[in-house]
Ligand binder design. Structure first.
Ligand SMILES: NC(=O)c1ccc[n+]([C@@H]2O[C@H](COP(=O)([O-])OP(=O)(O)OC[C@H]3O[C@@H](n4cnc5c(N)ncnc54)[C@H](OP(=O)(O)O)[C@@H]3O)[C@@H](O)[C@H]2O)c1
Length: 249
């Protein structure tokens, strides 16, 4: 690769939940590599507009698209709308997620269904629509380092991420040879709602690498995966080694 070469020049990407946090970092990294980016958001309209402006400021092309992933007509139309704006998509990043608190004691069917809907069904439906409009491309699914074990305070969430993890491998086989499907399993990156930065810093000291990660670490893994021509069905743990220690919460 020549120095300064933008490896995704001319491609188009859809990133779900792109307006903030990790999705924002992935979108910016894709744009810096030359991809046009469909910035999907649910409620973060202002942040999505700021991100689009930032990408345009870098000389890139981006468009913000609102869709409620729990609404089947929004979900079914999302890939088509992104394609109408940017042309055929070659990259799909399934990043949007919900992270409700529950335990084996408190989980009910409704909460399991809600997590499954956003964290597993939406990626499946989007991957199917994505594969219907391109013969070649990359799908990246955001998992969680605790798919190597369990998360006893987010049971519906971790079950839905297990489904997405298995789905990653099924789709990798079903959509080969044209489309590569991979996962990224982040560890401690950003505090969840209700927790502060100290919470993440404190937990980070217990990791093998004794530090937390940044959204840019996840974005770097995403760029590796979408520029690789020989990796599929793989999950990269970007977690400071957390998955190596059996974690139950
Ligand atoms: N943060 C971490 O340290 C960490 C650790 C392990 C795994 N992960 C995984 O990495 C990914 C990104 O993490 P994150 O913490 O940046 O995610 P997040 O902030 O929890 O969620 C990302 C976005 O998902 C969107 N979303 C949720 N429900 C939606 C719906 N019904 N319709 C449309 N959009 C919806 C929201 O968009 P709007 O704001 O526009 O509504 C939200 O901003 C997630 O898949 C997460 O599970 C993160």
């Amino acid at each position: 690769m020549a120095v300064g070469e933008r490896r995704l020049e001319g491609t188009s990407a859809l990133v779900t939940g792109a307006a903030r946090r990790i999705g924002r970092a992935i979108s910016l990294a894709l744009a810096r590599e030359g991809a046009n980016v469909a910035v999907h958001y649910g409620s973060s309209e202002k942040e999505a507009a700021v991100l689009v402006a930032e990408i345009e400021g870098l000389g890139g092309r981006a468009v913000a698209i609102r869709a409620d992933l729990s609404d089947s007509s929004d979900l079914d139309g999302l890939v088509g709308r992104a394609g109408e704006e940017l042309g055929k998509l070659e990259i799909l990043v399934n990043n949007a997620s919900i992270f409700p608190i529950d335990t084996l004691e408190t989980i009910d069917l409704e909460s399991l269904e809600r997590s499954a809907e956003i964290n597993a069904w939406a990626p499946l439906a989007l991957t199917r629509a994505f594969a219907a409009q391109t013969e070649r491309g990359h799908v990246v699914n955001l998992l969680d380092s605790r798919v190597s074990g369990f998360d006893r305070t987010h049971v519906a969430y971790i079950l839905s991420k297990h489904v997405l993890s298995v789905l990653t491998r099924i789709c990798a086989l079903e959509l080969a040879p044209g489309i590569a499907v991979n996962g990224i399993a982040p560890g401690l990156i950003l505090p969840p709602p209700g927790k502060d930065e100290d919470y993440v810093d404190r937990l980070a000291r217990t990791l093998p690498l004794e530090r937390r990660g940044a959204p840019e670490d996840i974005a770097a893994a995403a760029i590796f995966l979408v520029t690789s021509e020989f990796v599929t069905g793989e999950t990269i743990y970007v977690d400071g080694g957390r998955h190596l220690r059996e974690s139950a919460g």
